[in-house]
Design a protein around this ligand. Structure first.
Ligand code: C5P
Length: 395
């Protein structure tokens, strides 16, 4: 993002504070930020804060005579490589869609010939309202990129779609729009995801509650950063992420074979909840229930540990990452698992709640140097944050 200039319009929503973190990330990536603060935005955050973080003057009004003498609103967008609206309130989206130019933000959005990224953030019902959805559709057909909001708990106390995506995910979207090659360009990232199904007979199998969502989100985030991604996936009900090669498998042994076939890789992120055991012999016919007798005859054998095997293989990726789904003593178990499996990092998550199958996750990154705990986030945001750290580690 070196030398790229972002014109950041901060609208009047509670998520305005996230614009601060976004400014910090853009600048860390080498970009420059100039802010426009709407009247509503100024109710949530001050121009002083934005000026201090961006180290640039903040523009608030259309009727600044000095600037208007120079056609300030035209000049502002002319100087930018990309215009980002964060947060884009329902009102601002409506004004954009209708072409209304009643303040500085709306006027320069109408005057700009630069690409525009809008980040809606609002109450779930405002987001789902037919008027907002109509406005979003109009904006998209006008060429504006509108990022989907995240799902989660909201400042208004409700739950649903409407949260501003985490700043790391927004930064990745900005990079993609600027045509940046991505932080993982030229790298091959291998991800395993989902459960495995271990057949008992033609109609039954052993499985677990993994939905595959976290692994799919990591694969998608790595692809967004320009990586070639191979996703070896157990049976899940998810669509293949854009730009990712999905290899569908059913059992642990098939997953192990698919992982070997996908090597070499620069990074392997083993998110799959691989079944520890499989049937010693899969019955070719449906087993009969004969007073529990057949249940006692379920002779199980251990599956290969794909992660531990990869750690000692000649084709070990430079960065090998495992997950540890635990329900107690999460960090202690994760630290022990890191050593036992020979992984570089273990991502520990507490699955005692509804994490498995849910949309949110709280993770702790356990490395040799210590533990970094991330706040509870949407699984997409966890993925973006992890991919960011992976890119840092490969630098
Ligand atoms: O031992 P446990 O199943 O808790 O280890 C979890 C980590 O090991 C995850 O990264 C998982 O993908 C990986 N794993 C594996 N093959 C197995 C079991 C676990 O790759 N058979």
């Amino acid at each position: 993002m070196h030398g790229k200039r972002i014109l950041l319009i901060v609208g009047g929503g509670i998520a305005a504070y996230k614009a601060c973190e976004l400014i910090r990330l853009i600048r860390k990536a080498g970009g420059e930020v100039t802010c426009v603060l709407t009247e509503g935005g100024a109710k949530f955050i001050t121009a002083m804060t934005l000026a201090a973080l961006s180290e640039n003057p903040v523009h608030t009004t259309l009727w600044d005579l000095k600037n208007e003498a120079e056609m300030g609103h035209i000049q502002l967008s002319r100087a930018a490589d990309l215009v980002v609206v964060c947060p884009a309130t329902a009102d601002l989206l409506a004004r954009m869609a209708a072409g209304i130019a009643d303040d500085l933000a709306a006027t320069l959005l109408l005057a700009t010939d630069k690409r525009v990224l809008a980040l809606p953030s609002m109450n779930v019902r405002m987001w789902q309202h037919a008027a907002t959805q109509r406005n979003v559709a109009t904006l998209r057909s006008d060429g504006v990129t509108v990022m989907e909001p995240d799902e989660g708990a909201m400042a208004c106390g409700e739950y649903g779609l409407g949260r501003l995506p985490e700043p790391e995910a927004v930064l990745a979207a900005i990079g993609a729009m600027l045509g940046e090659p991505g932080r993982l360009a030229g790298r091959h990232v291998l991800v395993t995801a989902g459960p495995t199904h271990e057949p008992i007979d033609p109609v039954r199998y052993i499985a677990n509650r993994s939905s595959g969502r976290q692994g799919y989100a990591i694969a998608a985030a790595a692809a967004k950063q320009g990586a070639r991604v191979t996703l070896v996936s157990g049976p899940v009900a998810l669509d293949a992420p854009k730009g990712v090669d999905v290899v569908a498998v059913e059992t642990a042994r098939q997953m192990a074979a698919a992982v070997t076939a996908a090597l070499p890789a620069d990074v392997a992120v083993m998110v799959a909840a691989v079944a520890d055991w499989r049937m010693d012999k899969v019955s070719p016919q449906k087993r009969k229930k004969v007073d529990g007798l057949e249940i006692d005859n379920l002779l199980l054998v251990q599956n290969p540990d794909i992660l531990a095997g990869l750690a000692v293989s000649a084709a070990r990726p430079a960065l090998l990452i495992g997950f540890a789904a635990e329900t107690e003593d999460v960090l202690a178990h994760a630290a022990a698992k890191r050593l036992r499996k020979g992984a570089d990092w273990i991502i520990a998550n507490d699955v005692s709640g509804d994490v498995m199958g849910g949309s949110r996750n709280t993770v702790h990154i356990c490395r040799e140097s210590g533990v970094e705990s991330l706040p509870e986030m949407d699984k997409d945001a966890v993925a973006a944050a992890l991919v960011d750290r992976i890119a840092d580690a490969l630098r």
